[in-house]
Design a protein. Sequence first.
Lengths: 709, 770
Amino acid sequence: MAGLVCGVDIGGTFTDCVLIGEDGRVAYGKALSSPNDSFQSGFFGSIESAGEQLGMSSADLYTRMDRLISHGSTVATNIVVERKGAAIGLITTRGFEDTVRTMRGLGRPTGEPPENLLRFAETRKPEPLVPIERTFGVAERIDSDGDVVVELDEAAVAEAADKLLAAGVDTIAIAFLWSVRNGAHEQRAREIVNERAPDVFVTISSDISKAVGEYERFVATLINSYVGPVTSTYLHGVQGRLADVGFAGELHIMQCHGGMVPLGLGADRPIFTIGSGPVGGLIGCARIAEDLGRNDIIASDMGGTSFDVGIIKDGEPLAADDTLLGKWRYRVPAVEVISIGAGGGSIAWIDELGGGLRVGPQSASSLPGPCCYDRGGEEPTVTDADLILGYIAPEATFGSKGERGGFQPRRDLAEKAIKEKVADPLGLSLTDAALGIVEVANAKMANALENEIIGRGFDPRDFVLMSYGGAGPFHAAGYAANLGVETIVVPGEAASVWSAFGISQADIRYQYESSVVLIEPFETSEVRGAFDGLYDQAREALAAREDVDAFEFRRFARMRFQWQRHELEMRFPDGPITAATLEDVKRQFVDLYTERYGEVALLPGARVEIVSIRLEPAIVMGSSNLDRLDVASGEEFRKGSREVYFERGQGAVDAAVYNGDAMPLGEVVEGPAVIDLAITGIVVPPGTTCERRQTGDFVMNLNNQSESA
Amino acid sequence: MNPTTATAPSADRERPQRPPEFWDGTDHAFNPTGPVKVPPNLTLNTEAETEIDPITYEVVRHGLWNANAEHVREIENLAVSQITVEIRDFQPCIMTEDAELLYFGPCLQYMSGMLDMMTRYILENRGERVVDGDMWLCNDPIIGTAHQPDVGLMCPVFVEGEVFCWVANISHQNDIGGTVPGSFCPNAEDAFWDPPSFPPFKIVEDNQIVSDMEALYRRCSRTPENLSLDLRATIAGNNAARSRILGLVDKYGKAVVKGVMRRALDASQRAFEQALDTIPDGVYSDRLIQEVSRTGDRGTYPVQTTVRKVGRELIWDNVGTHDQVGAINVGFAAWRGAILGSINVLMLPGQMGCIGGAARLCKFDPEPGKITSPDWGAAVSPAGVYATETAVSLGNALVSKMMLASSDEQMRANAVTPDGAQWPCHFVAGDNQRGDYYVGGMGDNMLGGGSATFGRDGEFANGHFWIPEGRGPNVEAYEADWPILYLFRREHPDSGGAGRQRAGNGGEIAYVPHKGESFLGLYCNEGIPKTTGLFGGDPGSIMATRVIQNSDLRERFAAGEMPQDLDQLEGTELEVDGKGDGFPVTDDDVLYWNWLAPGGYGDPLTRDPEAVLTDVAEGAVSPRAADDLYAVKLNEAGGVDAEATAKLRERRLLERLRDCGAEREQLAPLVQAPAGAEAFGDAYLIDRDAGVLRCHRCATDLGPLAANAKEKMAVLERPLRSLNPSHPDPAKFVDQEVVWRDYCCPGCGVRLATETAYPGDAPFQELRLD
């Protein structure tokens, strides 16, 4: 690779940057995110701070930069979560104005933890993204074959647009039934709106999703509209300033489907940036696993309030059926990242009736946070237990300079809460109570992981567990053992900028999708024709800005047995599509289905159906020969020992403590030990080992300590 | 048969005593009592550790709950029946070795009372042949289902040669035979018109499907391939759950896992005991009047559920319910399940589906041969549309009334008004746009209305409490598989029961057959409201089907119109019976149906006028209803004219009392109820000192606690049609006159109770404190 590669991740508090030099050296930069100037100073500050580490002036930096990738996942996500989006107007098929409001009858339970599913009167539907008075139905109708049943009432579209504009909307969403089979009405409606208001941000549903199922597609359209104006402003602002500082290329934007696209093709679809941060993390995992020669990975990111899980199977992150954002479920092409409400802030409490020790789903969240943060929290949390057990270094500093100047945890507050709320009532010692909290939290996380993995027909024992996030590596050995996983990988010092690192490793990738009805016996010409349509679309869109010949075109199909609702994604072999190709794909589908769900789930003779096809033009960018490490040479990595607790009733173990950042490459430590890292720490239980690999990552081997799941 | 006119609480009536063996699951419903009886060759594992530390307890408890969650997931992934997958009409569970319900998923709740019945039946009647690696299939309503399309699959989990526990699931099949595609057969005269009822047989032996039994099972279905695929999904679900549980046993030991099961059940029992301790002892009862027992019938049929609360026990009966008749019956297990499901969600949501402990405190004491506990031979196949929902709605009403009398604020706040007492839908069938045979059971109803609570309104499309994760279908999903085209799917204004807190509206849809062949097999129409409100709230909406034949819709389409008002279409409106025969429909026939909304809470005349103004602005309530039901006056600026509204409401209340024959010069003044006073919601005050019930607003004496308060109230009897001008005349469907009654406080005129009744009936007693 010729030039510098740069990945930037704009988070809620910090903007992170990873810069990969021409020689493969890696540098990290961090700056405070800056919503007040459309995130610009944070964006550029993070790049320049990384540039300094590589000894580059800012002038040099931008001119030598080959590729610059950014995403604004947190920007767009926060707009939705905080309900600070644009005022939307919706134009939809007459008769279906209530579609989004119905939320498929699931508005109440959606996004709730399992503990709340039965709390019928205590949980609510959210306020709608668009109020009914700003929703206009227009006469038009297309059927499931894509045939026009009722022509678009263009005058009604114009009238609706005028009313919405007069009502002061910032953005207009257009969502018609069956636009996935025939987008002409939506496209024409957009033209009509554009003619009247060329500057208004307009989203049409068929541009956002090709999935059959209007609710999830309409929601995606609304969310795109909701986050569109702000996101678009910041992305174009960044691009403008990049040109000023000498960057000759085009800013690329990370997408939730795992690829990146140039701004020119992505700015009008900001919804695809939502969730792209965690997806970036997953791609980073895939790269590391490639190094390890392992293709099946459970990527787990445990922070203060959430536990995000992604699954990589055969080297590819799994595609999501749906994306869940707060109380909203929508469907766009995306890599699956499942968020489970568990984290360091999860509160421990006693179930008075059963006498059990429970953890979560209530969380101390970031405010007040765990008791040891000394911000007023009084309920014992997982992080408090981690501190008492010696997992968290007593001298650790939480928070960073920008955030209340950093602070050290207060053990006395953690002790008080666990003693009073857990240990004394249950008649346990303080440390056994803390171990209990950790054990229950680990079991819950392992169960959630198991559900996700086994629910997809996989065996967790085939996987490597990647653990990152502030609270993850403290617990990884615990929840991995419950799953039967043998190997855990904790990324090295890149952990704190993990998403940005992943983003820097992403491929350029586009997605062209079409929903189809292709049922066995397949007509070869029909399947070929369907893919040809996608090729034509892709070439037309790409030709203007890319060298089409540079792309590798990958084909996928979502398949199921006829009438089923759940599909499996199959890669189509490259080359011409023939009857033999189709036979082959079908056989692979049946094999995969059997592998996932067992022989007993298979019904001989059931017909296979293709419900959607996808074409992915991609340019693989992955960087090789990464020298990701500057070990803090000269610093002593052995820090002595401290009292650490692993087993209930066993008392303290005098465990070796290491400074992970200074740990030499190739060094192997044996448990019991704790490897302190900048924002987390790796708990290495007795009987296990942990090695620092040449890439700087830590690989823990549970050495058959694991138990069958 | 003549309608019942009895009024004394059923709990007090003389009842024939029946020996336990009467409830045999052959001629009469299976309703076992006492410990499970198993043959000597079968050993149940009962060894349970009692000393389990709180951490191990929680880890194993969560693991068991999670095993059931995985079971849900597996079925979702693999099943094919639209009803199962698209709307989640299925339910998995884990039971103890003796068939106590341990964990139960957030899917269809009334199935709770079915799986344990079927499993117990297998233990007691097939026990000699219960071995490891087998699964039993059963859809027999006399043993344990609501109706035949609900197919149960029970799997014993063996540890060291003993039955350690059971995993099981039940799922609704698209078609399992019978006279009507989709297997809801409103024309059924008896069980022999219904789809076949299979008592438990082994469909899996030694972990393999028994092919001849599968062939037998498939034989009557119009969509046998669907049946087979769903069977595989449910087998995989049981396998997944069994494997998880065995994993826990391997890791923690069988005695610990069993100990955790026992302790979780005991905890659920204690949770229920604590709840019951906050509720006064008494008799709580509710009744609705069902209509048209089958195609061509014009009768009416009371359906009643009563619970007597005595300390920490609830005794449930169905006395007052009409004899089994036509096709409006439901298997006893579903009636029981409807009650347990209401308790599970409304009273014990924190137990996360651990319902067996609470079930220990419920005694089910039905009269046999009734609509809700029929003897063998009764047709039940359409139960999912008619009788199961009556059971759910009445169970909901009684549980909510008890909760509203609780001294616990959270319990009162969690009570919800009764959900729809029927489940309207259409079943269309034929060849679809691709020439494949299809059966389309439309589940739009799953979007739901929204029950109101004591403190807040319900919301449109807020699902159903008794299917917490039920999911409404996408229009595109249906149109992709079935040859239909929707004209609209929208909120149905004025359908939510009016009240001080109004229920969320239900919805309505119109569609037209499109590019295929369609036969309308099942449809719904009715004249008598069946979904009651609470404490003076209006009833929920009623089911309507409309069919405009040979309409000009296609010309309208060609002219660029998307018609939204059926009255504006040319064509012939068909007279549609309540439970008529099926008939073919064509691409020119427009069909309409609505889904129900729950009842309201409290007298609509006490609703905050500002809330009514918002309702009207949002289109949820029509201006007519704002005036007729809520008596809200607007000023010139379009805001609420508070003074004029207050005057109008006072006048209406006085007129109401005059119409009741209880005329007064002026309304009794409002009296602030003492803080923390014992009460039913904010309808009745329980004055233990004086031994009387009082109006919560004005403290008017409504008679002794043990008496029927309605007898002291002012009552207005009026035609059902007066409830809503859009309702049809019930005489269109039934011969017997049924009236509506408003029961009002004779002091302040506020409505405290309502009922449907036969003219001349004594007031139906719905509450009595002991």
